[in-house]
Design a protein around this ligand. Structure first.
Ligand code: CP
Length: 307
């Protein structure tokens, strides 16, 4: 399909066909990273700026490598040593960098909506790399890609998302993505960490881990986001890991072809036990590998065909 969007803010906005297009283009880019010369000229002459106002290991590195493998010039802007620390707004920061003729901003921010605010004020493309508790679209796209690789298609699959749903932008993007491609999504966690009314998104809710993992195809574990919890949602981490952490005993109950996923960073010993993260059913590092191809696809579709 002909790609018309300037930005990628969330999967809520995307049509099923648009998600499928990104996954198809990602598939065509996947082998670039397996070559001895990991580069194609698709974005030669384009300039991409990583604007990360929150820490990141995977997303920032993955976007940088994706851009470089497409031959773009990439600048990873260091917010901590910039004029943001002197009170410059995110919009002024973006407009000043845009004045240096850049083509695309990759934005991560702790405030939901920050990438959209930037996109309304610049002509360059804006890709959301995770905003507050809102969305993390490229994480969900790489998750969809990884699941599609394993099962062929998403339609009819059962996906159980476990943990801190309330604060999770990954959960929100994945709910939109899996539902649009025909998956059945169940969310599970302690009641204070399940947002009220989430059933309205067409997901099943359970507070019981055994129920969530029984007969599911994907167990998607989320990080407990203690930095976003403004009040005490849980009596103790020990209780959380006892009730909702995936340990060896619970792992053994999974059916033969169930896979485990996690967006990272993992809290080992809390939502996932160390031994389990390394098991055969774990797709955690495959997710990271696939992130490059998916981000190459998003960059290519967004800015690749503009002159
Ligand atoms: N999955 C994810 O967003 O990881 P980072 O915070 O390391 O980018």
């Amino acid at each position: 399909m002909d790609w018309k969007r300037k930005d990628l803010i969330g999967l809520e906005d995307l049509k099923k066909e648009e998600i499928e297009t990104i996954l198809e283009v990602a598939n065509s880019f996947k082998d670039v990273s397996a070559r001895s010369v990991k580069k194609v000229p698709a974005l030669r002459g384009k300039t991409i700026v990583n604007l990360f106002f929150e820490p990141s290991t995977r997303t920032r590195t993955s976007f940088e490598l994706a851009a470089k493998r497409l031959s773009a010039d990439v600048l990873s802007f260091d917010v901590s040593s910039s004029s943001v620390s002197k009170g410059e707004t995110i919009v002024d920061t973006a407009k000043n960098i845009e004045a240096m003729k850049v083509d695309c901003f990759i934005v991560r921010h702790s405030i939901s909506g920050a990438p959209e605010i930037i996109s309304m004020n610049v002509s360059a493309s804006v890709i959301n790399a995770g905003d507050g508790c809102h969305e993390h679209p490229t994480q969900a796209l790489l998750d969809l890609f990884t699941v599609k690789e394993k099962f062929g298609e998403i339609k009819g699959l059962k996906i159980s998302i476990i943990g801190d749903i309330l604060h999770s932008r990954v959960a929100r993007s994945n709910i939109w993505g899996f539902k649009k491609l025909g998956g059945e999504v169940c969310v599970c966690g302690p009641p204070p960490l399940i947002p009220k009314g989430i059933e309205n998104l067409g997901v099943k809710v359970t507070y019981n881990l055994d129920e969530a993992i029984e007969n599911t195809d994907i167990v998607y574990l989320l990080r407990l986001q203690r930095e976003r919890q403004k009040e005490n949602f849980l009596p103790s981490l020990k209780e959380y890991s006892f009730l909702y952490g995936l340990d060896e005993k619970k792992y053994e109950k999974l059916k033969k072809k169930t896979f485990i996923m996690h967006p990272g960073p993992m809290n080992r010993g809390i939502e996932i036990y160390s031994d389990v993260a390394e098991k055969d059913k774990s797709l955690i590092l495959e997710q990271v590998t696939n992130g490059i191809a998916v981000r190459m696809a998003v960059l290519y579709l967004t800015i690749g065909r503009k002159i």
